[in-house]
Write a protein that binds this ligand. Structure first.
Ligand code: FAD
Length: 212
């Protein structure tokens, strides 16, 4: 759920419900975030709370996820901002690709295969990053400093950050193609299954929901 200082996730589990407020500490103070969080929790009828924690996390992708013998999986390999819940699917892809090579390719292909696996996995994380950044840039109902920063400052750097010359993969081209497709009045059936990190349908959903 969008909030003035970011967004709140709510995860109902069997015995308790987890709440988290994602914010940018360079933009909002902890006090501002806490008071908005308290107002939200009160409105949601939360009377009891376990201890809170403030957890800083980096967004990153390791340049060498798989070296042919050892594979980095999960948070050891990459982490992308949690707006689109991409961590578990990334770990599944990492495990799946490495297992596929170990089980189906003979060792003489290793030197050629592992750079390809790394490039694919890095590209995939960058595609997630572009999708997440674009989602933020599409904004929210709040015209607050957090959302203005996402749109006017962070997002304006995406071409430089994902420059194929710098990152060695083509996430940016795939992303541009998605935006071009959703800008068309009609999307042909042949394109329905195209992806850039997430399927075209997800791009269409965000763009319609947020009025891109
Ligand atoms: C509240 C919340 C909601 C989330 N929701 C989603 C979601 O909806 N979808 C999604 O894709 N992702 C989600 N994520 C992110 C996802 O859960 C994590 O990115 C993922 O669990 C990372 O897995 P991991 O195995 O790399 O690390 P972890 O799950 O953190 O596992 C690391 C393990 O190592 C253990 N450990 C650490 N240090 C040591 C040590 N020195 N010796 C021995 N053991 C050690 C830890 O106890 C832990 O069990 C969420 C995260 C949080 C916090």
């Amino acid at each position: 759920m969008a909030r003035p200082h970011g967004w709140i996730f709510v995860i109902p589990l069997t015995a308790h419900t987890s709440y988290g407020y994602i914010f940018n500490r360079d933009v909002s103070s902890l006090g501002e975030v806490e008071s908005d969080f308290d107002a939200f929790l009160e409105a949601d009828g939360v009377s009891e709370c376990e201890q809170r924690a403030v957890i800083p996390f980096p967004n990153f992708v390791h340049r060498q996820i798989y070296d042919g013998a050892v594979a980095r999986i999960g948070n050891a390999a990459a982490f992308m901002e949690p707006l689109e819940a991409t961590a578990i699917v990334s770990a599944q892809l990492q495990i799946g690709m490495v297992l596929h090579l170990r089980l189906n390719r003979s060792v003489e292909h290793l030197e050629r295969d592992s750079p390809l696996v790394n490039r694919f996995l890095i590209n995939n994380i960058l595609c997630y990053g572009l999708f997440v950044g674009w989602h933020y840039a599409c904004g929210s109902t709040y015209d607050s400093e957090f959302w203005r920063y996402a749109r006017d400052r962070a997002w304006t750097k995406f071409r430089k950050a994902a420059d194929p010359e710098l990152v060695g993969c083509d996430a940016l081209r795939k992303f541009d193609e998605m935006i071009e497709l959703i800008s068309q009045p009609v999307i042909g059936k042949a394109d329905w299954n195209r992806m850039c990190g997430v399927p075209l349908t997800s791009y269409a959903q965000i763009s319609q929901g947020l009025g891109h």
